[in-house]
Design a protein around this ligand. Structure first.
Ligand SMILES: NC(=O)c1ccc[n+]([C@@H]2O[C@H](COP(=O)([O-])OP(=O)(O)OC[C@H]3O[C@@H](n4cnc5c(N)ncnc54)[C@H](OP(=O)(O)O)[C@@H]3O)[C@@H](O)[C@H]2O)c1
Length: 357
């Protein structure tokens, strides 16, 4: 670690690109001196992206064999892949499924002595301690947690709803049963592939949890020693806008609709809305978010909420798909740098954590 307070991001895709920009824009209030990023492939179609990120203050790094190709495109390469990891205080891996694990074996395990921590994204189950901002901060251990896995956007959504509506006074026994139907957008607005012409249901390949969404949320709460009764199903929809989920939570306590709304409104990481459509909510993010991103962990349309009997809460919630892992990724990077000052560091992002949409 030659550079103090240096955050290095690997991957410039759907999650890496906005994360690099956000870290570069808020470098000073976040207490970061240097932001660098690793771009693997020098593509003419992505030259504008690299230029824009560098214009915002981030430094380009790449593999040794790609350096001259980026230089031919007119870019200054600051360090090669290994030197960048060696210099960084915190490394955030934003590569697709499986690559984070490969990078861990190939690079990260060799640099644990001089790097504060390594962070991976949603698909890298088993990379390190699971984390979502506001859910399990108490489970973090600065001495021992060198590897952290920021959970996926939908796991953030499930977890914040469960924690806010069901786990009152830190008592997980209040939740008798929680079921979720994850209605997933087939691809992001930045992606050309994977679009589907019609809704497509998913398999229940986990006998206990249904799909990996409930399983991941269960593991996240396990870091707090909670053993929660969660179950999820999934269906992919032919939309590019936002993931949406339906939920049902049966509680031990009796609950009323005003209490549900009050609990949602008291959590500053949750946005509530009178809107009901993804178009309207997504469009609000485009106009008022950070480069279009809503950093809240979930957006709950109040009109969708209902109480069944005396103790079951049902409703819908939209997932700000890259906003919530972006916030948790920045939070955990700041925690590695300043474990006791994370709340103050994140103040600069509060304008994008909406309470009402
Ligand atoms: N998509 C979302 O909305 C979303 C939301 C939350 C979490 N996540 C999670 O974020 C992670 C990344 O997903 P994504 O959708 O952002 O991926 P993506 O758009 O496919 O981007 C992948 C990036 O990784 C780079 N890359 C691939 N292999 C690499 C390697 N061996 N070395 C260095 N760079 C490499 C690619 O670089 P080149 O293009 O330069 O080759 C590309 O910039 C996954 O764990 C995913 O689950 C995604």
């Amino acid at each position: 670690m030659s550079d103090a307070r240096h955050v290095h991001v690997i991957g410039t895709g759907t999650i890496g690109e906005p994360l690099i920009g956000l870290l570069a824009d808020f470098r000073e209030p976040l207490g970061i001196q240097t932001v660098s990023f690793h771009k693997r492939t020098p593509l003419s179609t992505e030259r504008a992206k690299v230029k824009s990120l560098m214009d915002r203050g981030a430094l380009l790094c790449t593999d040794p064999e790609a350096i001259s190709k980026f230089e031919d495109q007119g870019f200054k390469v600051s360090w090669d892949a290994e030197e960048a990891i060696n210099r960084a205080s915190v490394v955030i891996d934003c590569t697709p499924s499986g690559v984070g694990h490969e990078n861990k074996k190939r690079y990260y395990d060799r640099f644990t002595h001089n790097t504060l921590g390594f962070i991976a994204q949603g698909s890298e189950f088993g990379f390190g301690k699971m984390y979502a901002r506001g859910i399990n901060d108490d489970a973090l251990d600065h001495e021992n947690d060198k590897f952290v896995h920021v959970v996926s956007c939908n796991t953030h959504n499930i977890s914040v709803l469960v924690k806010t509506l069901a786990i009152t006074n830190e008592n997980p026994d209040n939740l008798l049963e929680a079921k979720f139907v994850m209605m997933r957008r087939s691809s992001d607005t930045s992606q050309d592939g994977d679009f589907i012409p019609a809704p497509k249901v998913g398999k229940h390949d986990d006998p206990r949890f249904g799909t990996h969404h409930a399983r991941d949320a269960w593991h996240l709460f396990q870091t707090l020693d909670y053993d929660l009764p969660l179950y999820s199903s999934a269906i992919k929809l032919n939309t590019q806008f936002m993931h949406c989920l339906w939920f049902s939570m049966k509680l031990k306590e009796k609950i009323s609709l005003p209490t549900v709304i009050q609990r949602l409104r008291e959590n500053r990481r949750i946005a509530t809305t009178e809107k009901t459509s993804a178009n309207q909510i997504y469009s609000f993010g485009r106009d008022h978010g950070h480069y279009g991103r809503i950093l809240s962990q979930t957006v709950v349309p109040l009109k969708s909420l209902s109480i069944v009997g005396e103790n079951e809460v049902v409703g819908f919630a939209y997932t700000p798909q890259d906003g919530n892992p972006l916030l948790s990724s920045v939070a955990i990077a700041c925690w590695y740098l300043d474990p006791n000052d994370i709340g103050t560091r994140l103040d600069c992002l509060r304008p994008f954590l909406f309470h009402e949409i």
